[in-house]
Design a protein around this ligand. Structure first.
Ligand code: ZN
Length: 146
């Protein structure tokens, strides 16, 4: 999986969700309608309130929003395909804490939206991998917008 597909409306919704929380970090879940065991195209963006104590440079899913999102995902037979968060003032690359505090497991991608230029957001996607030394790392995946 070196390429991940997202619909144009979902891509725009993702950016808007991040702009809405600026200058704080936004966060949430990206989901798709799963068929078989393959990832389908990401079409759903579920924003989750940022419950971090310092939301300008960190994020933590609000627990009740997370439960609500999980119900919506189950009810609509969606599959979580990614977690997203924004970097209001830094590039779209994972920070050390993004790697250390990753709770998405190995099957989903981490999407980061950089708003260092809010009129020209940068979206990049990373897949978790385990290094030869056994550490979690992120490797970039190309985004295909359909
Ligand atoms: Zn981050």
């Amino acid at each position: 999986m070196n390429l991940i597909t997202i619909t144009r409306p979902a891509y725009e919704q993702l950016i808007q969700a991040c702009l809405d929380q600026f200058p704080n970090e936004a966060c949430g879940v990206l989901a798709c309608f799963a068929q078989d065991h393959e990832y389908e195209t990401i079409s759903e963006v579920l924003a989750i309130r940022n419950a971090a104590g310092m939301p300008v440079n960190s994020y933590k899913f609000d627990p009740s929003d997370w439960v609500t999102a999980m119900y919506k995902i189950k009810r609509n037979r969606l599959t979580i395909a990614g977690f997203f968060h924004s970097h209001p003032a830094s590039p779209a690359v994972p920070s050390a804490s993004d790697v250390q505090q990753w709770t998405g497991g190995m099957q989903i991608c981490s999407w980061i939206v950089s708003l260092t230029q809010p009129d020209a957001p940068v979206v990049r996607t990373y897949r978790p991998v385990v290094s030869s030394a056994g550490a979690l790392m992120f490797t970039e995946v190309s985004i295909h917008i359909v």
